[in-house]
Design a protein. Structure first.
Length: 346
């Protein structure tokens, strides 16, 4: 709420200064027309003051965005990797890459188009089992007037190791997920045996008996409870020794809990990241995926490249701002003086 008030105050100040500048300009020209030097002088001062303050405030706003960007990159490059390595037994992280398009297409869990991006790629080991996750955006870019931009998935995909092969495929799709893979049309829809579950979720499978064995009452109730947090815009897919979880609309990417310039609390920041990754821990417990000894991460996942960032934060000194203010004031006064003289002698 405080940030919003400061933002509105900043915009109000800029509007006020712009009006002051316009008023000064008008007063200066009117004074020249009327031959009143006092009005002209007052107008010139108002105009120059307004122009100078507007340019300085606009530049400081740009500096604030630069500081915010640098703070964000520093967090992603240095702070977050350290927190992730405290949470997981092993962990590799790359903020600026994610799943490859081919990896997401091979999962075959969401409809695909010509729009694809992925970032915040994590490969980790937790309770002996390996996982990979990333933010993913898949959709249609809207390449013609008949096709507007549409997102099929704009959220997070988590890839868990699943103990044992179900010798088929089991897909659980929430009513608000949106665009599951079209290949599901080739699978049989089965009922769970829990009416309240079947009202919200659809189960597709080619191994009905295995689906009923895995999706017992406890897990069905667990999926219902978990799905409420994401408005049931979720999808589970068990196939080929993997359990995929797609969260559509889960745009809570791994951002810092503090604002630029604020002092970070290590414990608070760690808790913030753990809350963000709540879905990982919940699903591992729900499907008993812990203790699945899968060996080295490199044998099971594509390891992200660990970047070495050397980010320099550019700051502007107060003396530099004052100097620019004076320079802008003098230039504006000269320009207004020339305009006034020109009007006076016309």
């Amino acid at each position: 709420m405080g940030d919003k008030i400061l933002y509105l105050m900043d915009k109000f100040l800029l509007v006020f200064l712009c009006l002051l500048t316009m008023l000064g300009f008008t007063a200066c020209l009117c004074g020249a027309e009327l031959g009143n030097h006092n009005i002209s002088l007052a107008g010139m001062v108002m105009f120059a003051l307004g122009i100078s303050l507007v340019t300085v405030i606009a530049e400081n706003s740009s500096n604030g965005r630069e500081l915010s960007r640098n703070d964000y990159i520093t967090y992603k490059a240095k702070v977050l990797p350290g927190i992730l390595k405290q949470i997981f037994e092993e962990c590799y992280y790359d903020a600026f890459s994610g799943f490859l398009p081919s990896e997401v297409y091979d999962m075959d869990i969401v409809e695909t188009g010509d729009l694809f991006s992925s970032n915040d790629y994590i490969v980790a080991k937790y309770k002996g089992s390996t996982i990979a996750l990333a933010q993913v955006c898949v959709g249609n870019s809207g390449y013609s007037a008949e096709h507007s931009r549409e997102y099929y998935l704009n959220g997070r995909i988590i890839d868990f190791d699943y103990p044992g092969d179900v010798n088929g495929r089991i897909e659980i799709v929430g009513e608000n997920f949106g665009h599951p893979s079209k290949s599901l049309q080739n699978y049989t829809v089965v009922e769970s045996g829990m009416p309240e579950f079947d009202k919200i979720y659809t189960i597709y499978t080619d191994v009905p008996e295995m689906a009923h064995e895995i999706l017992d009452h406890v897990r069905l109730q667990g999926i219902l409870s978990f799905g409420e947090e994401y408005y049931h815009a979720i999808l589970f897919s068990i196939q080929n020794n993997h359990l995929f979880l797609a969260l559509n609309g889960d745009n809570a990417s791994l951002k810092p809990s503090t604002h630029p310039g604020e002092k970070r609390n290590a414990e608070k920041e760690k808790q913030h990241v753990q809350n963000n990754l709540h879905s990982v821990f919940y699903v591992m417990d729900l499907f008993n995926l812990s203790g699945n000894k899968t060996g080295a991460l490199e044998q099971h996942r594509r390891i992200p490249y660990e970047r070495d960032f050397q980010q320099k934060v550019k700051t502007k000194s107060p003396a530099g701002a004052i100097g620019k203010f004076i320079l802008h004031f003098i230039v504006a006064m000269i320009a207004m003086l020339v305009a006034t003289i020109s009007t006076y002698y016309d």
